[in-house]
Design a protein around this ligand. Structure first.
Ligand code: RUQ
Ligand code: CUA
Length: 664
């Protein structure tokens, strides 16, 4: 790394109006006489550019980040919340994986969210997942700060997080899909949360079919999960699926404004490659699935599908209403458009007019126009049908532009000022380009403006409000897959590396990086924190599962132990710095039901109830009630305790679970 001894004038110059001379002077004087920012930067070995970038991202104690990034945690099964621009990790929300810190999956949740979200046909309960695409709920095409949905790539599920308390309330194991990628994306008023399969599955009763029958017995599904707008919960009975050909349906995006009512779904492996085997001479999947120059963008008219389902034109399949592929074709719900070349990301522009497709093996992005697609459908400008009879709109009829960006384009975000930003995996860069226009005489071209280098192998990227009808711009966060030389002495496994880029300045400048361990963020969404309005404490006695008063809520003075045969109900409270009761005597073989209420009303006064040897760790926020049931299956004296350092007498916050032998 280059270390520059810098002059004051260099610092001011590089700061470029961000740190004006006067401001430095003022800051300098606040810092007391003799404190010189230039000298400070130089003593830290920082160049002027690095020092001004640091000033741009600092959030001093007592001040707050204006944005939160909700990042998927990949195969950690979690969601991470990261402050922007400070890039501090503020919170981890477990969704598909157990987490002893929050008690998720180590308390009543073992029999709650995680178990309910595991299809019993799978080797239940599944207690990990692979989160990829978070979707903040929207009203009129803008994030409304109410709920967050996220998919499980591994098992074809969706998790729902309530942004009233930032906890996972539901996991929906979506029938008929075994994996998922095209989700979660919500419609502009969160009518539906969309998720689709990435690898097709047999439509046989037992879920098995030999690969020789792939073309006729395997199918993909596009799922439209109905959202209850009061609770944010997904309602299976009001949801529906559309049967799709057995292509690998990849990323999706939702139409908005000009394209409201449509969903767009990429695909790859329309070759139906099955990989190598002893019997055939087929190539490996990676080359077999990359043979053709085109795969298909799926254009789905979900409002039409909704009507067809309401009219009863569906079949029931594993508890889900399914529009058959033949019906999707005959009713004009599904159309295909050729898309080059091993497509990956699809991103609808804020006005809904353009659908930008990146082909992993194509240096261009292809910009489709919804106007042209609608026109082509109306005039039946088809180049043919696929083997399942789905009409294929001719490419020329749908394309507005092809823009050459560089090697390995993946995903696109928008800044709300008419610009698009596309990640280039192979080139390790973000390309800024303008969304032109393809209509009438006022054509303005689609033009590449700037290529912003990023550290290494960028996947997704995120801009505040980036998926809405009104992106806020300001920053791009690059979600780089490799941290390579940015960290050292951590052993062979590396963290991923996020980079914060200021896109208000020209040229754009990289401000900071966040190597982030324990997760592999695929996608992230960034929301202005003004849109969030969470609880500070629960109303006394709240069960977070229902957000209503729990029937087991206990108040101070009413704690009790009730024995009914072999069942022992314990109504307990906790507050700084004691449990009530502190002694829980039972007999081996008893079923113990702990009903625990945190009776604190002070913000931040979280306690836990950790029981050794029983795999129980209950975390209770102020006002919260949790129920845990377990079998006292071994004799012993077990000192339960509070695992959260809650007060000066936190060490004294413990009690005794006494499991006596039968004869005692
Ligand atoms: S994907 S790095 Cu699972 Cu969103 Cu493209
Ligand atoms: Cu409560 Cu420590």
């Amino acid at each position: 790394m280059k270390k520059l001894a810098i002059e004051r004038r260099d610092f001011l110059k590089v700061g470029g109006g961000i740190v004006a001379g006067a401001a430095v002077g003022a800051v300098g004087s606040h810092m007391g006489s003799g404190t010189d920012l230039t000298a400070l930067a130089s003593s830290q070995g920082l160049s002027g550019d690095e020092a001004s970038a640091a000033l741009q991202t600092v959030v001093p104690p007592g001040k707050y980040d204006p944005y939160y990034m909700f990042a998927s945690g990949g195969h950690s099964g979690q969601v991470q919340i990261i402050g922007v621009p400070s890039m501090r990790l503020l919170k981890i929300i477990p969704v598909f994986s157990r987490d002893s810190f929050s008690g998720y999956g180590f308390d009543g949740d073992v029999d709650g969210v995680i178990r309910a979200g595991s299809d019993p046909a799978k080797s239940a309960p599944l207690d990990w997942g692979d989160t990829h695409h978070p979707a903040l709920s929207e009203t009129a095409g803008q994030y409304d700060g109410r709920w967050l949905y996220i998919n499980d790539r591994a098992n074809g599920r969706i998790g729902m997080i309530d942004l009233a308390d930032f906890k996972t309330k539901q996991i929906f194991d979506v029938p008929n899909i075994g994996s998922s990628h095209g989700g979660v994306f919500v419609t502009p008023n969160t009518e539906y949360a969309h998720i689709s399969s990435i690898t097709p599955r047999p439509i046989t009763d037992n879920g098995y079919a030999p690969l020789e029958r792939y073309a006729d017995l395997y199918r993909g599904f596009s799922t439209w999960c109905f959202v209850d707008r009061k609770t944010g919960r997904l309602v299976p009975e009001k949801s529906f699926q559309i049967e799709l050909p057995p292509y690998n349906q990849d990323l999706a995006d939702m139409g908005k404004l000009a394209s409201d009512g449509f969903g767009f779904l990429n695909s790859f492996n329309t070759e139906l490659a099955l990989g190598q085997s002893d019997k055939t001479k087929d190539p490996p999947i990676e080359s077999g699935a990359s043979k053709k120059n085109y795969d298909y963008l799926h254009v789905i008219d979900w409002k039409k599908a909704e009507k067809v389902v309401a009219a009863g034109n569906f079949v029931m399949r594993n508890g889900m209403r399914v529009v058959a592929l033949s019906v999707a074709v005959s009713e004009g719900i599904l159309h295909l458009v050729p898309e080059p070349k091993s497509p990956h990301g699809v991103a609808v522009s804020p006005d809904g007019k353009y659908i930008v497709i990146s082909g992993k093996l194509d240096p261009f992005v292809t910009v489709f126009s919804i106007e042209k697609i609608k026109d082509a459908i109306a005039k039946r400008r088809y180049q043919g049908k696929d083997r399942y009879g789905v009409p294929i709109i001719s490419l020329d009829a749908a394309v507005a532009a092809r823009v050459k960006l560089g090697a390995g384009p993946l995903h696109t975000q928008y800044d709300g000022k008419g610009n698009a930003y596309t990640s280039l995996f192979i080139d390790s860069a973000v390309v800024k380009w303008t969304l032109g226009s393809d209509s009438g005489t006022t054509d303005k071209p689609f033009t590449v403006l700037e290529k912003i280098p990023v550290h290494y192998n960028i996947g997704h990227l995120a801009i505040p409000g980036g998926d809405t009808v009104k992106p806020e711009g300001k920053y791009v966060v690059a979600l780089n897959k490799w941290s390579l030389d940015q960290v050292q002495k951590l052993g062979p496994q590396h963290p991923v590396n996020l980079e914060l880029i200021d896109i208000d300045s020209t040229p754009a400048r990289t401000l900071s990086s966040l190597p982030l361990g324990g997760s592999e963020p695929h996608y992230a969404q960034i929301i202005n924190i003004d849109k969030l309005n969470p609880l500070k404490v629960y109303a006394p006695g709240t069960d977070p599962a229902t957000m209503a008063k729990s029937q087991y809520a206990t108040v101070a003075g009413k704690e009790r132990i009730k024995r009914n045969g072999r069942v022992v109900d314990v109504y307990a409270t906790l507050m700084r710095s004691h449990f009530t009761p502190e002694q829980i005597p039972v007999t081996v073989g008893d079923t113990v039901r702990l009903h625990v209420t945190n009776i604190e009303s002070t913000e931040n006064a979280t306690h836990t109830l950790a029981v050794p040897a029983h795999n129980i760790q209950v975390t209770l926020d102020p006002g919260e009630v949790v129920n845990v049931e377990f079998k006292a299956d071994r004799v012993g004296s077990f000192a339960f305790y509070c695992a959260q350092f809650c007060s000066a007498l936190h060490m004294e916050m413990y009690g005794w679970l006494l499991v006596a032998p039968k004869e005692a």
